[in-house]
Design a protein around this ligand. Structure first.
Ligand code: AMP
Length: 289
């Protein structure tokens, strides 16, 4: 594996590889690697000849008062892990390499970012789509992979690829969890033992929500509405798991991300963002029709 920080070094290497017929895959991350990130490498490796992983804690996707400064970083450990899992090029640019003086362009996917995390974190997804566009232009991959853990992000990237005619196939990585069900995240590092315990409630209520929705779908249960399900899940989070700050628990359409009032023939996602202590955690569950 080669670690490269300069765009001017990475680009010609990948250009040459492409000319030689190699298929290139990109795995964008913010580092502090865990099994979730590594699972993306393992999946994309089946499709491509060369895997590029980027590690860049992108300042423009953090809002004021968010955790940019304390976001965990460990490049030495990340280098070892990415090498072990078979990354070919680890791209680790500095901030000034990505955002040169007088940088002033922004990419924005308008509709899909209106709700959910986009509503709670204004500007976040413009930061994401802008950095991902830059990475796409720098690496020129044939495939790129994004985790379903950040479901809204994944759908926004897919929309952007379609809207801007990127010739890149987007792969989905399923959510990797700890044995206790907690979705693995670099931010889990902030949780103490007691908070980790409470955080497990998030997965539990998503599974409960899935059961209730499945009853509506398969048993045509008309005794409960989608709004009532949301209330039930919020109540359970508060009363059973002592989670009092809930950013959102939404029941949404898989394609449009818009709130569902009445279940029709469609794929559904229950998406949630909560605070456990000071740590914001997100998770979701997909219910295919
Ligand atoms: P991040 O470093 O948090 O920006 O994440 C980089 C990529 O890893 C994104 O596509 C995430 O959706 C994905 N990812 C993060 N956590 C997980 C997880 N537990 N399982 C699968 N993918 C994940």
């Amino acid at each position: 594996m080669e670690r490269i920080s300069k765009i001017s070094e990475l680009k010609p290497l990948l250009k040459k590889a492409k000319q030689n017929g190699k298929i290139i895959g990109l795995v964008p991350t913010m580092g502090f690697l865990h099994q979730g990130h590594l699972s993306l490498v393992k999946k994309i490796k089946k499709k491509v000849d060369i895997v590029v992983m980027s590690i860049f804690v992108n300042p423009t996707q953090f809002g004021e008062g968010e955790d940019l400064d304390k976001y965990p970083r460990d490049l030495k450990r990340d280098s070892k892990l990415s090498k072990k899992v078979g990354v070919d090029y680890l791209f680790t640019p500095g901030e000034s390499e990505i955002y040169r003086e007088n940088f002033q362009t922004e990419v924005s996917v308008k509709e899909l970012q209106r709700g959910l995390c986009g509503q709670k974190r204004p500007g976040h997804f413009n930061g994401v789509t802008t950095i991902v566009t830059k990475l796409f232009n720098i690496v020129d991959p044939d495939f790129a992979i994004f985790g379903e853990k950040d479901f809204q992000q994944l759908r926004i990237i897919e929309q952007m690829v379609r809207d801007l005619n990127f010739d890149i196939k987007i792969l989905h990585g399923e959510i990797i969890r700890e044995d206790n069900g907690l979705a693995i995240s670099s931010r889990n590092k902030y949780l103490d033992d007691q908070e980790k315990q409470r955080a497990q409630g998030l997965r539990k209520i998503l599974l409960y929500g899935k059961k209730l929705l499945t009853d509506i779908i398969t048993k045509n249960n008309k005794n409960i509405t989608v709004d009532e399900i949301k209330l039930k899940l919020k109540k359970k989070l508060k009363e059973k798991y002592d989670i009092n700050k809930i950013d959102y628990i939404n029941i949404i359409d898989y394609e449009t991300l818009s709130d569902i009032q009445e279940i029709k023939k469609q794929d559904i996602v229950i998406a949630a963002a909560i605070y456990v202590g000071k740590t914001r955690l997100i998770d979701n569950i997909i219910i295919k029709h």
